[in-house]
Design a protein around this ligand. Structure first.
Ligand SMILES: C[S@@+](CC[C@H](N)C(=O)[O-])C[C@H]1O[C@@H](n2cnc3c(N)ncnc32)[C@H](O)[C@@H]1O
Length: 326
């Protein structure tokens, strides 16, 4: 008998391993913070905190990583740098295992109301695929050839969308100059028709500049609106009142699913956990309620809502919302 037959009794390892709620504290500190067993306090999340955390920390490191990468491998394809970027994240998590409690091979994710462990790189790939495929569907549905991402960071989504759909025009905007610089360097080095510039959600003028001269485009946001207060910033109203509004807006963002007084539907425990996570981290909780209010005021129409499709951050999962200005 061959080895192959003898080995048939070895159980397959599924890529996603379900993990029950009562066990997730072994792979994440968050459930204890959410239910109040561990104290967690964040100072106010203002622009200075955001710039310190992203521009002076994360994006400065990534710009250095890029410089080292290009010096070592000047002719390498961009995907190799993305791999380097993923390794940088994995290393950070491995180094802070005492905080994250997860290893990168056994990382906690959520889908809908359920929890799973999965390899972090595989989970990240799946997330990028969800973004690029959804954007591709929306581009095709509206026969549109340009994409603008607000709060784009270093442009990983914009550049991945280029490789998936090759839109004619790609733009990204972010408040962090190091991120904008890195986005432009990657695009120029690889002759990708994408440009990155400074953008601030709180400035109507910077939204106008980001979309200037475009008439057949979609706007996307990927976990960047989470950082700002939606009602206060007036970002949704500002998009609707652009002289050249987008054909569609696609958000890949966390949502606080609060009770709608009229619907009689109560929120479940996972809704409450996610709300508490947003409260503790000082993220917004008003994206969906603002969209609903503006829909009632006839300023926009919500076309598609997909709840908690994928949570790389299990209590700050991605929801997909597609809407159109009226
Ligand atoms: C979690 S990161 C997401 C980055 C990018 N969308 C991605 O998926 O890789 C959040 C981003 O929001 C940006 N951001 C925060 N506040 C902003 C503001 N007021 N205007 C523009 N961007 C902002 C941050 O600089 C950061 O790049």
């Amino acid at each position: 008998m061959s080895n192959k037959v003898l080995r048939a009794d070895i159980a397959a390892q599924p890529a996603l391993q379900p993990i029950p709620l009562h066990a997730i504290n072994s792979v994440s500190p968050w459930i204890e913070r959410i239910v109040g067993l561990e104290k967690f306090e964040k100072t106010v999340r203002d622009k200075n905190v955001i710039l310190q955390e992203y521009n002076d920390g994360h994006y400065k490191d990534l710009l250095n990583l890029w410089e080292g990468f290009v010096a070592k491998s000047p002719n390498a394809p961009l995907q190799l740098f993305f791999n380097e970027y993923d390794r940088y994240h994995s290393k950070m998590i491995e180094e802070r295992k005492h905080i994250y409690r997860s290893s990168t091979e056994n990382y906690l994710f959520s889908i809908g109301d359920e929890f799973y462990t999965c390899d972090l790189n595989l989970g990240t790939m799946m997330f990028r695929n969800i973004v690029t495929r959804t954007v591709d569907d929306v581009l095709r549905a509206h026969n549109v050839s340009s994409v603008v991402e607000l709060g784009c960071g270093i442009g990983i989504n914009v550049l991945s969308i280029y490789h998936h759909s090759a839109p004619a025009v790609l733009r990204g905007g972010d408040i962090c100059s190091n991120a904008v610089e890195l986005g432009n360097r990657m695009a120029q080095k690889h002759s990708i028709p994408a440009t990155f510039s400074i953008f601030d959600y709180e400035s109507k003028e910077s939204l106008r500049q980001m979309t200037d001269g475009l008439d057949n485009y979609i706007l996307i946001t990927v976990h960047s609106i989470e950082q700002i207060q939606v009602e206060e910033s007036k970002i949704i109203e500002n998009i609707c009142s652009l002289p050249n509004p987008p054909k569609a807006v696609v958000h890949f963002e966390p949502i606080a699913w609060t009770v709608n007084e009229n619907s009689g539907v109560s929120v479940n425990m996972m809704d409450k956990f996610c709300q508490r996570y947003a409260e503790l981290n000082k993220y917004n909780m008003d994206l969906f309620t603002t969209l609903e209010r503006l829909e009632q005021e006839n300023a926009l129409v919500i076309k598609d809502v997909r709840k908690r499709v994928w949570g790389i951050s299990p209590f700050n999962p991605t929801n997909i919302i597609v809407w159109q200005p009226r």
